[in-house]
Design a protein around this ligand. Structure first.
Ligand SMILES: C[S@@+](CC[C@H](N)C(=O)[O-])C[C@H]1O[C@@H](n2cnc3c(N)ncnc32)[C@H](O)[C@@H]1O
Length: 211
């Protein structure tokens, strides 16, 4: 999906129907998360949470795998931001005491990000099909980097997990705001789960965490 296609469908994203097709959740016709990703999403959250009581902002509900895992760690607050109406409703139903915002994260008051202990960033971004590997992964990161990161304190951490389960993180202060210096994993071909070609392109789960 390139940016032209993405911006054309973005205003319909809220109302798109959802379906599971070939083991993949699709919003409209766009594949967003595979049923096979459950374990990885769990692993990701488990690696991040060393303790309970965190204030977590999660971007992108999808099949709710990461949300379920976050709940296991008894967060102090768990805000889920999900643009699609149907998926947001599922989240509201499943977590009646949680906060589910049915909107794009780009439209959320920045204070919500500034006050979080941990941000888990897993939305869908328009990606340029001419890019690959590290450049493509960086393109996925860019909106978060430009919009969310300035609201976080120096000393916050940013990182990601690839399909082999490797977690990599760096401190924001070491990167002096230059996205070009961010180290991004690309997943070795032998560990790419079958049917999940997007893992080939680098970190899929991105998080930001206060120290
Ligand atoms: C990769 S899936 C998330 C998978 C999820 N981590 C899980 O455990 O199942 C991406 C989700 O983000 C939502 N989404 C995409 N762009 C978004 C945006 N800009 N703001 C909020 N939600 C968005 C999609 O509707 C989709 O549900």
């Amino acid at each position: 999906m390139n940016s032209n296609e993405f911006f054309q469908i973005k205003n319909k994203w809220k109302e798109f129907p959802t379906k599971i097709q070939g083991g993949v959740l699709c919003v409209g016709e766009i594949p967003v998360v595979a049923v096979d990703e459950k374990e990885l999403q769990y692993l990701f959250v488990e690696k991040l949470f060393k303790d309970s009581g965190k204030k977590v902002v999660e971007i992108g509900y999808g099949l709710g795998f990461a949300s379920d895992a976050i709940q296991k760690f008894i967060p102090r607050e768990h805000i889920i931001i999900e643009a699609n109406q149907k998926l947001a409703r599922v989240a509201m139903h499943k977590f009646p005491l949680g906060v589910v915002l049915n909107c794009f994260w780009e439209d959320v008051n920045p204070l919500v990000f500034g006050q979080a202990d941990l941000i888990i960033y897993d939305p869908i971004n328009p990606l340029d099909s001419k890019l690959s590997g590290r450049s493509l992964a960086l393109q996925h990161l860019r909106p978060m980097w430009e919009e969310i990161l300035p609201k976080m304190n120096v000393g916050a951490r940013i990182g990601g997990l690839d399909a082999s389960g490797r977690l990599k993180e760096v401190e924001i202060q070491k990167m002096v705001g230059d996205l070009g210096e961010v180290e991004v994993f690309t997943c070795p071909p032998d560990v790419i789960p079958r049917g999940l070609p997007w893992f080939n392109e680098g970190c899929n789960f991105i998080y930001i965490s206060k120290k």
